[in-house]
Design a protein around this ligand. Structure first.
Ligand code: FAD
Length: 432
């Protein structure tokens, strides 16, 4: 078990359990970001993570990429910058994109977004998840007020009694806290232990992820083609040894088609991929190992109970087609941190339904809307009926010509909306 400080709460040896203000379960991007936000404000924080804490990756000129990447919005970048992590991530490896190009496989409808039109230098950044998480843990280790408890899994969760929740780890260690935060991903154990129900929509699709090198430059562009069997994205990976031809692939397809694609050898897979992408970036010269994930959206019926709250994928899991999952989770973390700080400054209990209810109110509408949009997109582009296809193509081309509407949609998608938490709105490290 790795800790910033030794854990004193091993109940087999010590009857006194450690007491935290906030105990976060799950050290993914969302949980570690919340831990940084709270640690900066002197909350006593525990972070329980099932896997060993990752070390900083040793990067060289070998084109080996993490198959899990995130398209981080400008809001997410601001947030990571404000907690002192972005600079490190950017110094290691990022794939900035200046342009997004989205088109319909069944017709001529296409839409293009440009950073210049929004007065920005980039629209977002493609970041390998393993790099972001390693940088976040590296930052966390610098805080005296954080205990990293890893590798460790939570086994039991008590009710809220005498103002505390008690968590028991698999090795019997007991940890006590005012507030448990479930940041343990789509299959959240904390959500299950708390008995929080969730609604589920099975897309009957799988996402295939891998990295490729194309014969042409990725053009610092995020490409997305909507096929009736699901969307295919080419996201620009960092330039390695002067080569800007690497892209990360997220190819969502109906499950049977995805299984068939996974079963192909590399040569045939490259061929199918070129066809599906209309050779927009030339031929596929190299393809890395492929992984596939079933796609389901899930939404918790409530984000909180007394002394317990859910954030990130534990609260909501969405289709990856617009690359918004992590970005929504990071906004959850920022809003929750804002509400906890506000409560503390007013001497209000951070575990109370009033405080956690405010967090839920501020995040629920945003998350629900994004989930509905993703499901709507999936249905709209899965439609084979000719009138719908015609309307769809005309609609896309029309929006592309309407500058203000197009820019409004783009601004929301890249994280330039008005109703953001303060730390996501502005990069204070630049304005200082
Ligand atoms: C194919 C695919 C592509 C995607 N692309 C994008 C994209 O481009 N942009 C984007 O924004 N989103 C994307 N997403 C979604 C994104 O990956 C998730 O939204 C994001 O990883 C959620 O972060 P999280 O920290 O909430 O959960 P996770 O990343 O799942 O982290 C949860 C953590 O909790 C730990 N844990 C789990 N159970 C326990 C336990 N019992 N005890 C202790 N620890 C535990 C896990 O080890 C893990 O570290 C994609 C998703 C998929 C499937």
């Amino acid at each position: 078990m790795m800790n910033n400080k030794p854990v004193k709460g091993d109940s087999s040896k010590n009857t006194e359990a450690l007491v935290y203000d906030v105990l976060i379960v799950g050290g993914g991007l969302v949980g570690t970001t919340l831990a940084c936000l709270l640690a900066e404000s002197d909350f006593k924080v525990g972070l329980v993570e099932a896997h060993p804490v990752p070390g900083m990756p040793a990067l060289d000129d070998t084109p080996r990429f993490d198959p899990r990447v995130s398209a981080l919005t400008l809001a997410s970048k601001n947030l990571l910058s404000n907690i002192g992590v972005w600079e490190k991530i950017a110094s290691l490896r990022i794939g900035p994109f200046k342009r997004m190009f989205v088109w319909d496989a069944e017709g001529t409808g296409a839409i293009e977004f440009n950073a210049r039109e929004l007065g920005q230098s980039v629209l977002g950044n493609i970041v390998e998840n393993s790099i972001s998480v390693a940088c976040l843990f590296d930052r966390l280790k610098s805080f005296e007020t954080v205990d990293i408890i890893s590798p460790a899994r939570v086994n039991q969760l008590s009710r809220f009694e005498q103002g505390l929740r008690c968590l028991t780890l698999e090795d019997g260690t007991e940890l006590k806290t005012r507030l448990v935060v479930g940041a343990d991903g789509a299959q959240s154990n904390i959500r299950a232990l708390a008995g929080i129900e969730f609604s589920e929509f099975d897309y009957r699709q799988k996402a295939i992820v891998t990295s490729v090198r194309t014969s042409e430059s990725n053009q610092a562009t995020a490409w997305q083609r909507f096929l009736t069997t699901g969307p295919l994205a080419f996201l620009p990976l960092p330039t390695i040894a002067g080569c800007d031809q690497y892209s990360s692939i997220v190819w969502s397809s109906d499950s049977e088609r995805a299984d068939a694609l996974m079963a192909l050898d590399d040569e045939n897979f490259k061929h199918e991929l070129e066809r599906a992408f209309e050779c927009k970036l030339g031929t596929i010269e190299w393809v890395d190992r492929r992984f596939s994930f079933p796609l389901r959206s899930r939404h918790a019926e409530t984000y909180f109970q007394e002394g317990l709250v859910l954030i990130g994928d534990a609260a909501h899991t969405i289709h990856p087609l617009a690359g918004q999952g992590v970005n929504l989770g990071l906004l959850d973390a920022a809003v929750l941190a804002e509400e906890l700080l506000r409560a503390r400054s007013r001497h209000v209990d951070i575990a109370s339904p009033a405080v956690l209810g405010r967090y839920q109110r501020r995040r629920l509408a945003d998350n629900t809307m994004m989930m509905k949009i993703m499901t709507g997109f999936k249905r709209l582009f899965g439609e084979r009926a000719l009138p719908i296809r015609l309307l769809r193509n005309t609609g896309i081309s029309l929006v592309n010509k309407l500058g203000p509407l197009k820019n409004h949609i783009a601004a929301q998608a890249v994280g330039l909306g008005d109703d953001l938490p303060e730390l996501a709105k502005t990069d204070f490290s630049r304005t200082a």
